[in-house]
Design a protein around this ligand. Structure first.
Ligand code: DGY
Length: 323
């Protein structure tokens, strides 16, 4: 029996590409050049499964490709707001993602951003590299302590809870959160986390706000000008979720007006473009969407896709079936 044809849209860790090439008739993207809409359409016309990632737009136009050959989208990543699920369903496609394996890694990065922005890590490094450092002094580059402060989480899924673990046990932070689908009691046991009735309540009370909700229509611009106006002037905003949860222009305005103290960002509204004014602000830390970027995690993500497509082609329900 011939092997199913799969098309991988970007470069994956070598170990995983090797396994894909052994098991499947695999078309890899060794040059790692993003595929155009036409190329993606072609992939859906010619492969049995397409394996995209967050930097691909798998929208109704792409999924409208005819005749559609593909039956499966094995997404490399936990977030799937770049895939039009309705269009995928109508085209008869099964979609899977890669939850769990990137939880710890992404939580680590949210904490990295929180510490960097609070302790002026990016600014300090630029200072040293620019040859501006003249020596230790009691008032030099004082930051903000995170210990015993209030961390407000928007969304209380796996990654948020892993952030809360670190913050509560590592830094004695008080945890508050809002999630329209609150976690089970046992999932937040030991965190001493208090549930708020609205995002607004979190904005008003938190010293650090970390976003952990999915992207998409429901959360688009959840953090808008009103949200910024409700935040404490000393608050720091951390985003490792999706860029368009924040109205980026409203964030620029809020930072310029001093409505918040700073921001630690890993994701952006129009990735890879970052609003120009943010790049000139010392109180903003900008990372290039590194949440899951460790070799161990990226291999685990790839292997989770392999597990999902193996199950699909064996006629089983993939473990991480989204639709
Ligand atoms: C995801 O998995 O959704 C990330 O944003 C990419 O790591």
């Amino acid at each position: 029996m011939s092997k199913p044809k799969i098309i991988v849209t970007r470069r994956w860790p070598e170990e995983v590409e090797k396994i894909l090439a052994e098991k499947y008739d695999a078309q890899l993207n060794v040059d790692d050049v993003p595929m155009t809409t036409a190329e993606l359409q072609d992939a859906f016309r010619t492969a049995d499964a397409v394996l995209p990632t967050v930097s691909d737009r798998i929208d109704a136009e792409v999924l409208g490709a005819t005749p559609m050959k593909a039956r499966m989208i094995g997404n490399f990543g936990v977030g799937f707001n770049h895939i039009d699920l309705e269009a995928a369903k109508s085209a008869g496609l099964t979609v899977s993602n890669t939850p769990e394996v990137l939880t710890e890694c992404t939580a680590d990065l949210a904490i990295t951003l929180m510490l960097m922005v609070a302790r002026r890590g990016g600014e300090g490094e630029r200072h040293v590299r620019n040859g501006e450092w003249t020596g230790w002094r009691p008032t030099h580059m004082m930051g903000t302590s995170v210990h015993h402060k209030t961390l407000g989480l928007i969304g209380m899924g796996r990654i948020a809870r892993a952030v809360a673990e670190r913050a509560a046990h590592g830094f004695s932070m008080k945890i508050i959160f809002h999630d329209p689908f609150p976690p089970r009691e046992e999932d937040i046991a030991g965190l001493n986390a208090r549930q708020c009735n609205s995002p607004q309540e979190v904005f008003e009370q938190a010293d650090f706000i970390s976003l952990h909700c999915p992207g998409g229509k429901e959360t688009h611009h959840l953090i808008d000008a009103n949200a910024f106006a409700a935040m404490k002037p000393g608050a720091f905003l951390i985003n490792t979720a999706r860029g368009d949860v924040i109205d980026e222009q409203a964030m620029v305005n809020a930072l310029q007006k001093g409505e918040i103290a700073g921001a630690g960002l890993d994701v952006y509204e129009s990735e890879p473009t970052v609003s120009e004014p943010l790049l000139g602000m010392e109180n903003v830390v900008t990372l290039p969407h590194l949440g899951s970027a460790t070799l161990e995690t990226r291999i685990a993500m790839g292997m989770r896709v392999v597990e999902n497509i193996d199950a699909f082609f064996a006629g089983e329900t993939p473990r991480d079936k989204v639709v």
